[in-house]
Ligand binder design. Structure first.
Ligand code: OOG
Ligand code: MG
Length: 262
């Protein structure tokens, strides 16, 4: 049986797939799974993500952080993917706490509860002794808006990596000095939908997301810089984002809200 090579596409093919995803996002229309057309390996998927994000940078957006995906069983079960993934956040995706979000920007947005960490210093990915926890100075309740560019949110593991892990927008509540998070109750409500869970659903403790991030960043050469925001991955399944208030409360960390505008 032929094994699936992970890096098989040439530069033009990578570029074409990145453009397809970029145009789906900017044109607010969905596209079919890339896996329908190509045999997409994980290394190529991260190459597509890099080109895709590079196009956003060419339009003037800046990289401001990273996000992890599928760090909880609830998310893995909802989307049928069971490996941790990493994507990039840009300044254009940031919405202020209590702010408004024009839903016309999105194809089929969902919202999910997140824990955000803030890096206080650059992380040297080549230093084997680096202590990622000591590179973090603040923690906050947060929400992520995901908007898969794939029809009906149906994708493979490599598809979702190429699509910058469905990243679309995020909102961060009040930062507070970093402290152990462990097991805190999480509530998220948006329109008629709501979901509850615990921060311990994130790799048993969201701090483990930092260690997973270090590992992924080393493997994928994703820089981690002072000031970067890190979204640790949703503790619960995502729910549809509809017009009106969406709010997330995490016991002991506080509350964060955003208003969807139809
Ligand atoms: C992929 C993004 C997953 C998370 O927090 O687990 C993610 C998706 O569900 O479309 O952001
Ligand atoms: Mg997320």
């Amino acid at each position: 049986m032929a094994s699936k090579a992970s890096k098989t596409l040439n530069g033009n093919e990578i570029e074409a797939l990145a453009i397809r995803l970029d145009e789906a996002q900017t044109g607010v229309h969905d596209t079919l799974s890339l896996a329908d057309d190509v045999d997409l390996g994980i290394d190529d998927a991260y190459r597509i993500q890099e080109v895709l994000v590079g196009r956003r940078q060419e339009r003037g957006e800046s990289l401001v952080g990273v996000k992890l995906g599928f760090t909880s069983k609830a998310k893995m079960a909802q989307m049928g993917v069971s490996d941790v993934i990493v994507g990039r956040l840009t300044d254009a995706m940031c919405v202020e706490d209590g702010g408004e979000l024009d839903l016309h920007r999105f194809i089929h947005p969902k919202i999910e509860p997140e824990i955000a960490y803030r890096l206080s210093q650059d992380v040297d990915l080549d230093d084997p002794t680096v202590d990622i926890e000591s590179c973090v100075d603040a923690v906050a309740p947060a929400m992520e808006i995901i908007d898969s560019r794939y029809r009906d949110f149906r994708f493979t593991y490599t598809d979702v990596v190429a699509d910058n892990t469905s990243a679309a927008a995020y909102v961060i509540g009040p930062w507070r000095p970093v402290r152990p998070v462990g097991d805190l109750a999480v509530r998220l409500a948006a329109g008629d939908a709501s979901v509850t869970g615990s921060t311990a659903a994130i790799l048993d403790d969201p701090v483990n997301a930092l260690h997973a991030l270090l590992d992924m960043s080393r493997r994928r050469r994703i820089p981690l810089r002072a000031g970067d925001v890190v979204l640790a991955g949703a503790a619960t399944a995502a729910i549809p984002l509809t017009a009106g208030l969406a709010e997330c409360e995490i016991d002991g960390l506080g509350r964060v809200t955003v208003k969807g505008i139809a």
